[in-house]
Design a binder for this molecule. Structure first.
Ligand code: PLP
Length: 430
């Protein structure tokens, strides 16, 4: 802290976080540094005056709390009235989670031991056999299937994605075969698509490795979860359920391992609000131990690139602890109030109609659909959404040709008022 003595106008730099970040300040070239510093108002005036000592420059560059990194990069941030979209960077992490991540960056530990301990802790929290923090739900699917295919055989592990000679077929319902199945074929496995339970039974053969279920599309497939699990048990084939976007409700974190699915995947950066590139793989210990053989620190494996660093492992654990401890009822009521406020505001414009609904699976939160009579409201849905995004503050929504879709669960409290107001302005053309 000596660096701040006698420079009262730099006092604002002495935030408690200063020391933490100072440890990890990286060396950057003087030229780059000056470019960066020119965007820090107090410091920019000192460039070229000789007053900017290396110590001061270092101090100024380590001011995370005061720097607006996104602005420096020329990026606009926005109010997320859309939901947990990968392209919109998922969710926001709480201070407890970001502190865990910052803490993780300050010490070395053995990566495998960390995964072992956190896996045990998560299994205890979620009352299942075992767990691991994965690189997203997508990574959980790849390593989960890879574990099922190879078991504890390290020669097989090294052979993937060449699955010649292995059980390498995964049966999925046609209605569940959306893009995410690429996580499965990444292992070298092939998909076998079926519609009915009869077709599924007929498709089972000695090459069948796993049965995979997409919870989000439960209503679209003929075979429902219990029957799917029963078929797996009957033919002694492991079952996997993708629940990436399926909290809330919180019970889902427990429900599917108890229902008998051998493996269950959740996204870390959606409802749980952990790191966006983390996820959870839950279920049978033997499959998760086998899945771990594909992950770093081991190198000659298909999942070497699906590394989860210690910071994210801690962030994921803390996000999960916080999520479990939350008052879910209260949170739900807040979302309902927020949606109603926005709905009322939109409806106050003549010709606008709204509908509040809750998707049955995946993104199961109070959601708003806004439509209008084009004769009474002279703006297209696409144009209205563009105006919301281009306005101040920017507001991201979802929608199609006729509809704007809104959720509030990814907003910061209070932003619902801004969204309500802006929506009314855009729809009424004021
Ligand atoms: C988001 C999502 C995924 C991918 O999850 P990540 O955590 O981003 O890897 C997989 N499946 C479904 C159904 C999803 O919604």
């Amino acid at each position: 802290m000596e660096v701040f003595q006698g420079t009262p106008w730099l006092k604002w730099t002495a935030s408690p976080r200063y020391n933490e970040f100072d440890k990890t300040t990286i060396m950057i070239t003087r030229r780059k540094l000056l470019k960066t510093l020119s965007s820090v108002p107090v410091v920019s005036g000192l460039i070229g005056t000789g007053l900017l000592t290396p110590q001061l420059m270092k101090a100024a560059v380590s001011l995370p709390a005061e720097r607006n990194f996104f602005k420096e990069l020329g990026l606009r941030t926005f109010i997320n009235a859309a939901g947990t979209y990968t392209s919109m960077t998922g969710s926001l992490m709480s201070k407890e989670v970001t502190s865990a991540i910052a803490y993780g960056a300050t010490e070395y530990v053995d990566l495998d031991q960390l995964h072992d301990k956190v896996g045990e802790r998560i299994a205890e929290l979620l009352d299942c056999e075992y767990a691991t923090v994965s690189s997203g739900a997508f990574g959980a699917m790849t390593i989960g299937l890879a574990g099922v295919i190879c078991g504890m055989d390290t020669e097989k592990v090294a052979q993937l994605p060449n699955t010649e000679g292995f059980k390498n077929e995964v049966i999925v319902q046609e209605a569940h075969n959306i893009g995410y199945t690429h996580a499965l074929t990444n292992t070298g496995a092939k998909l076998v698509k079926v519609k009915t339970a009869k077709e599924l039974e007929k498709a089972i053969n000695k090459k069948t490795a796993m049965l995979w279920f997409l919870n989000a599309n439960t209503e679209d497939g003929e075979i429902k979860r219990e029957e799917f699990v029963a078929l797996g048990k009957q033919y002694e084939i492991p079952t996997f359920i993708d629940c990436a976007a399926d909290v809330p409700p919180v019970e889902n974190l427990f429900k599917f391992t108890k229902m008998g699915f051998d493996l269950v995947a959740f996204s870390g950066g959606k409802g749980i609000r952990g790191p966006q590139s983390a996820g959870l793989l839950l279920g049978k210990r033997k499959h998760i131990e086998a899945a771990r053989l594909h992950t770093p620190p081991r190198g000659t494996t298909i999942a070497r690139g699906m590394k989860v660093n210690k910071e994210e492992v801690l962030g994921m654990l803390v996000a999960l602890e916080l999520y479990l401890a939350k008052d879910h009822q209260k949170e739900w009521e807040l979302w309902e109030q927020q949606i109603k406020l926005i709905s009322d505001s939109a409806q106050s414009v003549a010709g606008v109609e709204t509908e509040i609904h809750v998707p049955p699976h995946a993104n199961h939160v109070p959601s708003l659909r806004i439509n209008w009579d084009p004769k009474k409201v002279g703006i297209s849905a696409a144009e209205a959404r563009k105006r919301l995004m281009d306005g101040h503050p920017a507001i991201a929504t979802v929608g199609d040709d006729q509809t704007i879709g809104i959720t509030t669960w990814m907003m910061e409290p209070g932003q619902e008022r801004i969204v309500a107001q802006r929506l009314k302005e855009v729809l009424s053309g004021t």
